[in-house]
Design a protein around this ligand. Structure first.
Ligand code: SF4
Ligand code: NI
Ligand code: NI
Length: 709
């Protein structure tokens, strides 16, 4: 049988299933019944991206079948094969959508099904930085449970994001393998139709980050081909539907590696036969041109960014360190070259073996660094990375920072031989690795002796933190000579440029002015470049000729000009990985802000994904703006439109997160006490009328301001 016929047959059966599912749903609910996936503004994303048409009810689903049928041409040419692959994915999406009718939750743990827009946005920065080098989609059961676990672990330990479909999910479950979005192992579903959720993620990435217009077939294919580093591993035996999905994958640029030797011929870089499962990893990375950053750390457990989101529950922990209860600290300290012995790691006090099971302990680590180009300004930049570094250790969990960190070491990690000194090993290797341009020598001292921890915390760390805070408080946009551009996100948003200033951090929340400065120092030709600010156009708007020239240059002409402080006039663009989005709320003359984690409704009648879909892809969209959480308390937040007193609504959790700084700024700028009490949240209002009534009662200042449009 020819490969073409297998693809056509597989496509036919997937289509027949879709047709049946849609017809059954219509018989049950009628044509007007709503259709869609939860927490996305791009429903049904594969079909929408491909055709430009949204499917919102069963009638439209039925019409979609007609379109799908029309691309299922049957000549034995490459084009027909690829279009049948696409038709298979679109049919699969309809099958899956039927499962979600009426708010049903068709997937139960460990199965996860549909991925939310918020999750896709969360993947933005790590995909851009190469922290997630690739996306593996593994289909069917591996020959053995051991091989299944080993393959997933091999991808996970390289930081890749792994999606699973079919029998391999049961295999991992059998082996008690931890899965979930947070550890980058995402079991989608049992049936092959569920693979469309992975295709949907690729399509939404193109629309969210790439500004690919829905219906731009060629643009979509080029984007997924060039920028979405996914690939497929499919275990034998492959049925016809799976092969048809594979044709779709190859069309979108995702090579398929399989151990099913029945299918001929292999197509270099596209359809690759690999009989050895242990070679799947290397073969796949090579086919997709994925380079892995090698981080060799000499510790007895795995070290990879995929473990960053891992959570250690109380029952699973061996010991814990808790800065909120006992004296703890983490500190980078600049020293003279002669004061440091490179790679020396000292533990002062008891090791984990000497600590009681389940006990709470003190810990303070001082990372001494020295280097010709080292500046004290880089200390907090390096220090803030400790959180990532320690979290990347398999079986170790870290939250908080400074003297309020909390660390848990799991029983499994302890059993594998993990010790306190290995934390030092990780800090040493990562600091040397990432900051090699400024750190020539590095030594780590870890204190677990309680008296020493108290001394380090109170006599060494806190005075340094206080000094740094004083320095940060004096860092204003006016007090510096240069801002920085950041174009890291251009890997996914080709025309997006962030302008990072002391009072306006990057919209991802991960790049402050100090970070950008350090990045520039570390890599002078890298993503962060200095922008002078000598030729002021309008101070109030934050408009500068220098800034405009820079964004023109770094956006390759896609952007003419941006302002730093306005949401209405030439606002800064968004890539898509913003922590928050704000949008104007016309009834109160204010703005509503929603954060990525917020799943509910806002008074704009839009959820976070819907608000977020109003901007992105490096395009200017007056009235909507993506930004970092810390920007909310800034004196420069929408300064041109009156500043933070425009904020009328935020989710409760976000409000609490920004309260201290926001209230302090409101007090300083407008003399308002407890400003956050005047701001609505979901417990107060999810519609504009109730919100305005609440604001009126509280005397919110926005009501007295000029309308913004
Ligand atoms: Fe992306 Fe902007 Fe963050 Fe840089 S600062 S990583 S461009 S969002
Ligand atoms: Ni104390
Ligand atoms: Ni981004």
């Amino acid at each position: 049988v020819l490969l073409f016929d297998i693809v056509f047959n597989g496509n036919d059966s997937m289509y027949a299933e879709a047709e049946q599912a849609v017809n059954e749903a219509i018989a049950k609910y009628g044509e007007d019944k709503a259709v869609g996936f939860p927490d996305t503004a791009y429903t049904l994303a594969c079909y929408y991206a491909e055709t430009g048409t949204k499917i919102t009810n069963l009638k439209e689903a039925k019409e979609a079948l007609t379109y799908i049928k029309s691309i299922m041409t049957r000549e034995r040419r490459l084009h027909d094969g690829f279009m049948s692959g696409v038709a298979t994915a679109l049919s699969a999406e309809l099958i899956e959508a039927m499962k979600y009718i009426d708010g049903a939750q068709p997937y139960e743990a460990p199965y996860l099904g549909h991925m939310t827009d918020a999750q896709i946005r969360e993947l933005g920065v790590p995909l851009v930085t190469g922290d997630i080098p690739g996306i593996a989609v593994i289909i069917n059961a591996a020959p053995t449970v051991e091989e299944a676990c080993a393959l997933v672990k091999s991808y996970q330990s390289q930081g890749n994001f792994v999606c699973l479909v079919g029998g391999i999910i049961e295999q991992l479950k059998e082996a008690n393998y931890k899965t979930g979005f947070n550890v980058r192992v995402f079991p989608i579903g049992e049936n092959i139709s569920s693979v469309c959720h992975a295709v949907s993620a690729a399509c939404r990435t193109a629309m969210i980050f790439g500004n690919i217009q829905p219906g731009d077939k060629k643009g979509l294919q080029e984007y997924t081909f060039n920028r979405f580093r996914a690939f497929v591993n499919a275990f034998a035996p492959l049925d016809e539907k799976t092969v048809a999905c594979g044709a779709g994958a190859i069309y979108y640029g995702f090579p398929v590696v399989t151990n099913d030797m029945d299918y001929t011929p292999s197509v270099p870089k596209s359809l690759i036969k690999q009989p050895k499962v242990e070679e799947f990893n290397a073969t796949s990375l090579e086919a997709r041109d994925i380079k892995i950053k090698i981080t060799n750390v000499d510790i007895p457990v795995a070290f990879a960014s995929a473990f960053e989101g891992e959570i250690i529950r109380r029952g699973d922990m061996q010991v814990e360190f808790d800065g909120s209860r006992v004296d703890c600290a983490e500190l980078v300290h600049t020293c003279e070259m002669t004061e440091i012995e490179d790679h020396k790691i000292t533990v002062v006090g008891p090791e984990v073996d000497d600590m009681e099971l389940g006990s709470k302990n003190s810990i303070a680590y001082v990372v001494k660094v020295a280097g010709k180009n080292m500046q004290p300004d880089f200390e907090p930049v390096i220090e803030r990375k400790f959180h990532n570094y320690i979290n990347c250790i398999e079986g170790v969990y870290h939250t908080g920072q400074r003297d309020m960190q909390r660390i848990r070491i799991s029983k499994d990690a302890f059993a594998a031989g993990f010790k306190i000194k290995h934390i030092g090993e990780v800090l040493y290797s990562q600091v040397k690795n990432e900051f090699d341009a400024v750190v020539d020598k590095c030594e780590v001292v870890i204190y677990t002796d309680p008296a020493e921890c108290t001394r380090i915390r109170h006599e060494v760390a806190i005075p340094i933190f206080n000094k740094r805070d004083d320095r940060l408080a004096t860092l204003t946009d006016e007090s510096v000579d240069v801002y920085y551009s950041c174009i890291l996100c251009q890997a996914f948003s080709p025309s997006h440029v962030c302008v990072v200033t002391p009072e306006r951090l990057g919209l991802c929340g991960a790049v402050s002015w100090l970070d950008a400065k350090a990045t520039h120092q570390l890599d002078p030709n890298g993503p962060c470049q200095e922008i002078t600010k000598e030729r002021v156009i309008d101070e109030e708007l934050g408009a500068y000729e220098d800034v405009n020239e820079a964004v023109q240059k770094y956006s390759q002409g896609a952007l003419e000009k941006v302002t730093l402080y306005s949401i209405m006039q030439d606002p800064m663009t968004s890539c898509g990985c913003f922590e928050c989005i704000c949008g104007i709320e016309p009834f109160s003359n204010g703005v509503v802000i929603a954060n990525r984690e917020y799943a509910g409704m806002t008074p704009l009648g839009m959820t976070f994904p819907e608000m977020a879909s109003m901007t992105g892809g490096g395009v200017q969209t007056p009235g909507f703006m993506g930004h970092g959480k810390h920007f909310i308390g800034s004196k420069k937040f929408m300064k041109a439109e009156g500043g933070i007193e425009r904020i009328v609504w935020m989710p409760k959790e976000l409000k609490e997160f920004v309260a201290d700084r926001l209230n302090a700024t409101a007090k300083e700028l407008y003399g308002i006490d407890n400003f956050t009490d005047m701001i609505g949240d979901e417990t107060v209002a999810e519609d504009p009328e109730t919100l305005v009534a609440f604001l009126t009662e509280k005397g919110h200042p926005a009501l007295g301001l000029e309308p913004m449009m």
